[in-house]
Design a protein around this ligand. Structure first.
Ligand code: CP
Ligand code: NVA
Length: 302
């Protein structure tokens, strides 16, 4: 896959490169929307969405435009992808028109195929198994509020989904301790945990939300039913004990933060009291998607 600067998954990076991207994002954020040189003038981003999005869609487009670039949007149904054109051929064609591609899709294999056949950088805007842009924004947000995340304790309570998997990657690369509380049927992550262990990461799995959250610096959750998932009722029943409410937050450190990648299902994985409470930084987290993705775009196109 050559020397192209793809942004596929955090486990593919070394810590120094991820730190460089965060530094770039912070610098771009400090300079403000219009207060910097148009770093990406004349460059075009193609965005492929095979799943719905609000934050990713808007923050990538606004970010690209603020850096002086252009954007083209492709949805699965309004492009030939929906009629069976392969990712490989799509990659070859888009590489002749644009400078960088962001894709949100179900199968991580499609992301890899796109990156393999593109002659331009490819960015992962979420698959069924990861959401690395989100994690970059989350680490940025934590550090803005509380300083370096290395050595801190992060607790996840909920489904072992795509975002949780990226938290595992981030724990290893940024050196924080991660406690995942997930019901047994929804784990599907033994390989990932083996990887974390082999990399010297401190990642633990439990079925007890209280145990995971006790003494944590940060509590995180996400929807119980990710896009494309079935068996919503079964998931709701199994995941109900993992809801983040004020009682669960009280187990964490008094100055612990709460994060959620959004969209939230209020009253399900998180209560209004926590979402709207003083420990919640969910709006800063959403804002930082914009800044961090400008950093990612600038790094990819450097
Ligand atoms: N957090 C996130 O990626 O949100 P969207 O699905 O709205 O893009
Ligand atoms: N886990 C969620 C994240 C949405 C940004 C999903 O995949 O639907």
């Amino acid at each position: 896959m050559s020397t192209l600067r793809h942004f596929l998954d955090l486990d593919r990076f070394d810590t120094a490169t991820l730190r460089r991207i965060l530094d770039l994002a912070a610098e771009i954020k400090r300079n403000g929307a219009n207060g910097h040189t148009p770093l990406l003038q004349g460059r075009t981003l193609a965005m492929i969405f095979e799943k719905p999005s609000t934050r990713t869609r808007v923050s990538f487009e606004v970010g690209m435009r603020q850096l002086g670039g252009n954007v083209v949007l492709l949805s699965e149904n309004a492009s030939q992808l929906g009629r069976g054109e392969t990712m490989a051929d799509t990659a070859r064609v888009l590489s002749r028109y644009v400078d960088v591609i962001m894709i949100r899709t179900d199968d991580p294999g499609k992301l890899v195929e796109l990156a393999e056949y593109a002659s331009i950088p490819v960015i992962n805007g979420l698959t069924d198994t990861s959401h690395p842009c989100q994690l970059m924004a989350d680490v940025m947000t934590y550090e803005e509020h509380r300083g370096n995340i290395a050595g801190r304790v992060v607790a996840w309570s909920g489904d072992a989904n795509n975002v949780a998997r990226s938290w595992v990657h981030a724990a290893v690369r940024f050196g924080f301790r991660l406690r995942l509380a997930c019901p047994r049927p929804f784990r599907r992550c033994s390989e990932l945990l083996e990887w974390a262990q082999s990399e010297g990461g401190d990642v633990a799995l439990t079925t007890s939300p209280r145990q995971a959250v006790e003494g944590a610096d940060l509590v995180v959750t996400d929807t119980w039913v990710s896009m494309g998932m079935k068996e919503a009722e079964k998931r709701h029943n199994e995941l109900a004990p993992y809801r983040v409410d004020t009682q669960l937050m009280a187990q964490a450190k008094p100055d612990a933060l709460f994060m959620h990648c959004l969209p939230a299902h209020r009253g399900e994985e998180v209560t209004d009291e926590v979402m709207d409470g003083p420990q919640s930084v969910v709006w800063d987290e959403a804002e930082n998607r914009l800044h961090v993705q400008k950093g990612i775009l600038a790094w990819c196109l450097a």
